[in-house]
Design a protein around this ligand. Sequence first.
Ligand code: HEC
Length: 274
Amino acid sequence: MHRSLLVPLLLSGVLGSLHSSVSLAEAFPTRDQLVAADYQKGRTAFLQRCSACHTLADGGSNLLGPNLWGLIGRKAGTSPGFAASPALSSAGFSWDVPRVWEFVAGPEKLIPGTRMLIPEPVPAADRTALISFMLLEIGAADWPRPAAASATATIDRSKPLAERYPSFFNHLMTNTTRYRMETPAGEVRFDTYFNADGSVSSSEKSIRGFWNTVERRGMEFFCYALDGIPGKPSQIVECFPIAAMAIPRFAEQLWTSKPTEGVTLHGGIMAGRP
Ligand code: HEC
């Protein structure tokens, strides 16, 4: 799907091109630091902070953001098949390690007006590992993948969801999820409340549900089932990537799905609970 661009990582000059907005305390990683970085830590940071919107592998899909294969050395905003914002397309530079470092520290600071929104800057303590992992996965590292980079590595699910995704968890578990279901027989509206114990309750007494998380292809999904909806269908099952909800937002309408033919379900999150 995408043309492959294998650009060797040129680290000479990396330290010489310190951008004026970056303080010395945040100096870019040296090649030695990138080679020595913790692959699993970088992978976890990528999964939690980037994977909802980006794939890395050659030929990977564009999600909300572009596939990042071949990024290093490529002009900003020219990922094949992706319609970048005018801000990104006219950034006027090609990606190198210092630029990626700055971008993940604050997309808006490096490229004012970019459409990439992240809930918080990637902490300096995770940035070297994150970038090292990315370089290995986008064909830009000139050192071998660490033995630890086995395909069996998974998200650390030993910790509870509340610890792994605190802002997502708090957002969903303390606020109201509002639905509007458009069916041929009319509109059905109801509120649901996701509970920390895995249950889902509702403003409609007949509605009951439960939620769960599942991992698929290195991404973690939040899945839930609702039953007893006073309409057709009376049951829905939906899953979405948790990282897609990384930015806690309130709005009557945040997502739309088609649970069955001819039915449109709108969902949103309202502050608080009755
Ligand atoms: C909520 C979705 C989202 C998340 C999360 C996200 N990005 Fe992005 N990213 C985007 C979008 C959208 C763009 C295109 C921005 C534009 O057009 O201005 C983008 C663009 C980029 C680009 C520029 C690509 C190019 O071809 O010029 C890089 C590099 C990038 N993201 C890296 C990352 C990294 C690393 C992370 C994790 C720390 C991350 N992104 C997290 C949505 C996201």
